[in-house]
Write a protein that binds this ligand. Sequence first.
Ligand code: G1P
Length: 294
Amino acid sequence: MAGAIRKAVFPVAGLGTRFLPATRALPKELLPVLDRPLIDYAIAEAREAGIERLIFVTGLEANADMLKSHLNLPGDRRAVLEAKDPELGPALAAADLPPGVAVFVTQEEPLGLGHAVWCARELVGDEPFAVLLPDDLMDADPPAIGQLIGAHGTTGGNVVAVEEVSREDTARYGILDPGEVAGGLVEAKGLVEKPAPEDAPSTLGLIGRYVLLPGVFAELGRFERGAGGEIQLTDAMARMIGTAPFHGFKTLGRRYDCGTKAGLIAAQIGLALKDPALRGGVQENLRSAGREWE
Ligand code: G1P
């Protein structure tokens, strides 16, 4: 039976071109959703699921520096904030990640998601691990990656989160070719990265949460180019089917696709409407803006 998952990889080397000019200087993962940057949601999800080591695969050095400053507040910023309001001190300290939890590795060239995950191979070592794509904000209890880890505990092998997507959107996702279905588990017979709607083997889309066997690194290390000329994680995973169990798992909860403007805005509104302290004010603002559109 599968053991605990201790490590998670966060590919955060993207350039965030869809969000320009907001991302001219700011890494996409630091765009806010309510009062927290996007990355915080994925980190909290992993930590709640018991993951001990967070491996960030970063691109531009400037982006890595900003991310590090967010995860562990630099002393000069802390000093200025504490001088202004000494009561901020404990909250600022509590928000720092404990030493040793976060580790960083650089993806030297933007060769695709699969290549980014491959860059973490030495930090992961020879054990099953999780991958979380922070663009997919998962509002779920228990945490989505915890649900996958639970499924992996039952089935062993590789487990990837899936969700029904609309057929016209298959070219935005990795798509699973389904075999047997048992509850939320769907046996994977194949995986295809971003197929055209007419070529998609189903409408089960991969949604940015994975529990993978370390054997995926050997597949990624073949550096085969796939969709968009990139080294695709989906292709490496597809080649593992048949060598070990491989399942999709329909996670419970809501996903916001914060890789798109509409998804990021939906996350802001959806999470605000769940928060009793924000709900009334947001509803009122939307209502009065709505009256202007009519
Ligand atoms: C990546 C993966 C894709 C997956 C998607 C989920 O695509 O390559 O298989 O379905 O994330 O968000 P990207 O969104 O980076 O183009």
